[in-house]
Design a protein around this ligand. Structure first.
Ligand SMILES: [Zn+2]
Length: 405
């Protein structure tokens, strides 16, 4: 057995949720948790190791942001007023008209966003990254550079995202495939009807790549009501046809919340059959998702920030605990069990969105730990307290709410 590089003493793991409040020590070797032992015993067993005193604080596993756009933010720069039309096509056009003058995308810009994620305790993220005829693969390269610059403190799983459309922009499918070769584990898509106005052609093109390369598909679906539900059916059909169960995710998917009664139950049943997962950023003014039925039916659900401070909207600060709180409020979650579940969705339950088989504070897990001064996980959700200590991949990266790297 190799020597531990860090011992974290006297922490109270937030999960599993108990009222026992038992505190433990973590022994960290390399980037992994090697031992979880009763509080007060680890330092005695490993007198040479560096010790970090957890001071009895609540310990969350690192947060997992399942839907971000780290390539397109103006975080850390001058304020940029909102402009353009408030529709999906309006936002696309506005972004394309103004991103160059703001230097978007850039490796530095992506790094600033990742650093802010990390400061809030996010140690792994799935990020959509724009791939289009204007940029080619530049944004993908920038985000890879940014993640590298942080030494992998935030693990970044890429979705090559055709923000400007697929069928209406010949050449984009080829770029998506090139992005997969460059390291993107997933390709994206966007409103096959609303944007491309040819849902069958977009989905056939995307699923052809999924089928041939083994990449996942993580598709933005804003189209509402019956139009959106129809496209969900097309996606499920193709997922089953190419055997991509477990590799397809719907982002937003407002249509599921719009659909009611038997039609919604039927959709849920078919989504589960297709092994399709879901990510939401819990936007206000949208219909709640049938979150409990989704989870009980085996549909994985992840939370994300979406873009923060970008040409799409001025909101968001990269704190996933705030998204979990918004999710809880949007869905009328009040009791302790549900509040804890909202936090769980922002961490351990999101493991598969970043290709982890398990994520928590157990032996063998990546040593991603966030300490907060909170009574329990519910208190942490409701108050969103400062992150007192963030450990990412076995390394201390933030103290008292500020980054140390
Ligand atoms: Zn998005």
């Amino acid at each position: 057995m190799s020597e531990p590089n860090l011992i974290l003493t006297g922490i109270r793991p937030a999960f599993p949720v108990t009222h026992g409040e038992a505190s433990v020590d973590l022994v960290i070797e390399g980037d992994r948790i090697a031992e979880v032992v009763p509080s007060g015993t680890a330092a005695v067993a490993h007198p040479e190791a560096v010790v970090e005193d957890g001071r009895g604080m609540l310990a969350l596993p690192g947060l997992i942001n399942a839907h971000a756009h780290v390539d397109k933010s103006w975080w850390g720069r001058e304020w940029v007023p909102y402009g353009g039309e408030a529709t999906t096509q309006g936002r696309i056009a506005h972004e394309r008209a103004h991103r160059d003058e703001l230097g978007i995308p850039s490796a530095r810009g992506a790094e600033l966003v990742l650093r802010e994620f990390l400061r809030h305790g996010t140690t792994s993220t799935r990020s959509h990254v724009d791939v289009d005829l204007g940029l080619g693969l530049k944004a993908v390269e920038d985000v890879l550079t940014a993640a590298d610059n942080l030494g992998g403190a935030v693990e970044v799983e890429l979705v090559a995202f055709p923000q400007d459309g697929v069928v209406r922009r010949p050449g984009v499918l080829k770029l998506l495939e090139e992005a997969v070769a460059l390291g993107a584990r997933n390709i994206g898509g966007l409103d096959p009807a609303g944007i491309d106005r040819d849902p069958v052609a977009q989905l056939d093109g995307l699923f052809d790549i999924v089928d041939r390369t083994g990449a996942g598909l993580d598709i933005h679906l804003h189209d509402p009501n019956e139009l959106g539900a129809f496209q969900l059916e097309l996606i499920i059909d193709r997922t089953l046809a190419v055997g991509a169960q477990g590799r397809v995710n719907i982002a937003h998917g407002f249509a599921l919340g719009d659909t009611k009664g038997v039609a919604q139950q039927e959709l849920l049943h078919r989504l589960a059959e297709g092994g399709i997962s879901w990510t939401t950023v819990a936007p206000v003014r949208t219909q709640p998702l049938p979150w409990r039925a989704m989870l009980e039916g085996g549909i994985r659900l992840g939370l994300g920030t979406d873009g923060i401070r970008d040409l799409w909207n001025p909101f968001g600060d990269g704190d996933l605990l705030k998204v979990a709180l918004t999710f809880a409020r949007l869905h009328g979650m009040h009791n302790d069990e549900d509040l804890a579940r909202a936090v769980s969705l922002a961490t351990g339950e999101a493991a598969a969105f970043v290709h982890r088989s398990h994520h928590g504070l157990e032996v063998g897990d990546r040593a991603d730990v966030v300490l907060v001064d909170a009574k329990n996980v519910q208190d942490a959700l409701v108050r969103g307290p400062r992150r007192e200590l963030v450990i990412a991949g076995g390394r201390v990266v933030a103290r008292a709410g500020e980054l140390t790297i």
